[in-house]
Design a protein around this ligand. Structure first.
Ligand SMILES: Cc1cc2nc3c(=O)[nH]c(=O)nc-3n(C[C@H](O)[C@H](O)[C@H](O)COP(=O)(O)OP(=O)(O)OC[C@H]3O[C@@H](n4cnc5c(N)ncnc54)[C@H](O)[C@@H]3O)c2cc1C
Length: 497
């Protein structure tokens, strides 16, 4: 939702207030009051905070560029998405695209594209209460990424306000270096004020399926077979997977598997040889009103027929496309009621090469995480060929790698374990990956020093540094990532009002 500009108020630092003329020039709004800036100081992780000087609600790219001339600001990009006309359908070479504000929420993109045009973006995140600019600054991964790549792969054009305050239109053929830098660029090179996103026909319904495995090898072989099917020839439209505790724990175990409250997980089907955890493939097939239910059944049976899941542990339900894509909204609503949504979230997201997954399973899923994490442990394969190496995000070298996401939803202490303990568990997992020499990268990375960032970017580090020098030479953007230190400048705001 929010893009950050250097620099923040720390402790007793004295800050230079915004010049009145700069504020007056904004078409949007600026808030200096403690309530607004306190809200902007927090993030979903809930473990760190940085209090900004002001919260700016820009209403245009011009406002974003104006704010760049000042210091210590948080931009609430949602403000730019309030206007109806920030959703424009474009047709290029007979293919549909939508132009959306960088501050638009994906859930709004979904609603408007489907209701107005019967079209939808191809690639999603699981949770849609995130901004377009926010996920494109990382990658944007969900169960469609095996086919269409991450969300960054569906972008045809961006409007970006760089760290120099320039508003630039960029694409693969126009200002391409800025385009590639910004996608997956962690907000380091510019602020995305508009994105042009490829669309496809939206299905009406989705057959949503979960099948359970006791053997990791069977699970991964089937998952990899599914993600390497050709589009339109064979295969599901969505492939994800997750680990569940082999027990009746309501948060981490069998009860979390069925997709429909009327279904029961009958543990009698779990083989005696099963270990402490089970693996669940989550699949979806897009359907249209014109498809006859018996045709859908036949197609699903055919596709599932060659998979080696535990017979008897197959769960499915038909839902509308909107319901399917909004499935995590219901988790959010429950978590808000239980006070867990606003608790700290020591999450860990990794990309790990296929060749290291058996060991990862043995050491991490079956040992460190065998009692679960109080939330989903996602694990599913992605294809490197769908990731554009010109973008700033880095992934493992192997052709198939897995995303592993530890999405902890636990009550804050004293009801839940101390957050530091969970952070330490995350570090132990990362350390294990280093010690064993795994081919892996952190997704949604955060490090405390530039040396760690260098290690993260590996041979792409010098490219990252060059891009920074080109587009944000004073290092004013997204300082919270601790990748670059701001280059001190003589005061640019001489008037202390
Ligand atoms: C509940 C939840 C579920 C998630 N699920 C998924 C998932 O399924 N798949 C996935 O891939 N990711 C997922 N994420 C991670 C998500 O992609 C990142 O956290 C992303 O940054 C969120 O966007 P935001 O709008 O909330 O950004 P914010 O948290 O507001 O901003 C984070 C950073 O992104 C950058 N940024 C934000 N907006 C812009 C912009 N317009 N231009 C340039 N930079 C910008 C800035 O550096 C900013 O500091 C999830 C996150 C949460 C909190």
């Amino acid at each position: 939702m929010i893009a950050y500009l250097e620099h923040f108020v720390h402790g007793n630092d004295t800050e230079v207030p915004l010049q009145n003329d700069a504020v007056a020039a904004l078409e949007g709004a600026a808030s200096f009051n403690f309530g607004a800036t306190s809200l902007a100081a927090k993030d979903f992780g809930g473990m760190k905070s940085a209090h900004p000087l002001a919260l700016i609600r820009p209403s245009s790219a011009t406002d974003v560029a104006r704010a760049m001339a000042e210091r210590g600001l948080v931009l609430d990009m949602r403000a730019m998405a309030d206007e109806e006309d920030h959703f424009t359908l474009i047709c290029l070479d007979e293919s549909p695209y939508v132009d959306v504000s960088g501050g638009a929420l994906w859930e709004d993109v979904l609603k408007r594209c489907v209701s107005r045009f019967g079209l939808a973006p191809k690639s999603w995140t699981d949770y849609l209460g995130l901004t377009v600019g926010g996920t494109l600054s990382n990658a944007g991964v969900s169960g469609q990424a095996f086919r269409y790549g991450p969300q960054t792969a569906s972008v045809a054009e961006l409007e970006v306000v760089t760290g120099k305050g320039d508003t630039v239109i960029c694409s693969e053929t126009q200002n391409s270096e800025l385009f590639f830098a910004t996608l997956g660029g962690l907000g380091q090179f510019g602020i995305i004020t508009r994105a042009r996103i490829a669309l496809q026909q939206a299905p009406n319904m989705v057959r949503w399926i979960r099948v359970v495995y006791s053997e990791f090898e069977d699970f991964t072989e089937d998952a990899e077979w599914l993600v390497t099917r050709k589009e339109g020839v064979d295969g599901f439209d969505y492939v994800e997977g997750f680990v569940v505790v082999n027990g009746d724990d309501p948060c981490n175990g069998w009860p979390t598997v069925p997709v429909n409250p009327n279904q029961q997980f009958d543990p009698v089907h779990v083989p005696r040889s099963a270990g402490p955890v089970l693996y669940c493939l989550e699949l979806a097939l897009h359907c249209h009103h014109s498809d006859h239910p018996s045709e859908i059944d036949m197609e699903v049976d055919r596709l599932l027929g060659r998979l080696r899941f535990i017979k008897g542990l197959r769960f499915e339900v038909d839902v509308t496309y909107m319901e399917f894509l909004s499935r995590v909204k219901r988790v959010e609503e429950d978590a808000r009621v239980n006070g867990i949504w606003d608790a700290p979230h020591p999450w860990l997201n990794l990309f790990v090469s296929k060749s290291n997954m058996a060991e990862f399973d043995r050491e991490v899923f079956k040992k460190i995480l065998k009692h679960g994490i109080g939330g989903p442990i996602l694990v599913y394969p992605l294809l490197r060929s769908k990731w554009d190496s010109r973008h700033s995000v880095v992934v493992p070298d192997s052709n198939i790698f897995y995303i592993i996401a530890l999405l902890r939803f636990i009550p804050p202490p004293p009801k839940g374990p101390p957050t530091e303990l969970l952070v330490a568990q995350n570090h132990a997992i990362i350390q294990l990956c280093y010690t064993r020499g795994f081919d892996f990268k952190q997704y949604l990375p955060h490090y405390q020093s530039q040396d760690h960032w260098k290690l993260h970017y590996g041979d792409k580090w010098s490219r990252f540094v060059e891009r920074k020098a080109n587009f944000d030479p004073l290092a004013i953007l997204a300082p919270g990532q601790k990748i670059f230190t701001r280059i001190p400048q003589p005061s640019i705001c001489p008037s202390h009002n």
